[in-house]
Design a protein around this ligand. Structure first.
Ligand code: SF4
Length: 100
């Protein structure tokens, strides 16, 4: 799995990314966004994770982006579900202590 992030503070709407990877699209704000499932906005960034064979497309979009607003990084298995997991572990631990 890999994560694509667009730093919308750095994006200046040149749209070189669109011609490298058609998952990039022009958003209502005139800046790049991602046209894909599970896309979210976090703190001036557009973020989405993918599990497919199109990482090279995303990396080419990142290389083509003049201000370097796009990043592509590997996501370890389970990392995106970390929040839920921490909560589950807390209740599991509480149960274990109670059993002793
Ligand atoms: S190439 Fe970079 S600066 Fe241009 S629209 Fe895409 S993300 Fe924004």
């Amino acid at each position: 799995m890999y994560r694509v992030t667009i730093d919308t503070d750095a994006c200046d709407g040149i749209f070189a990314c669109l011609t490298r990877d058609d998952r990039f699209a022009e958003g209502e704000d005139g800046l790049a966004t991602l046209d894909a499932e599970g896309v979210r906005r976090e703190d001036g960034r557009v973020v989405a994770e993918f599990e497919d064979d199109r990482r090279t497309d995303a990396e080419q979009a990142a290389e083509a982006c003049p201000p370097g607003a796009i990043s592509v990084e590997t996501v370890e298995d389970g990392e995106s579900a970390r929040t839920e997991t921490v909560e589950d572990e807390a209740s599991a631990t509480a149960g274990a202590v109670g059993d002793e």
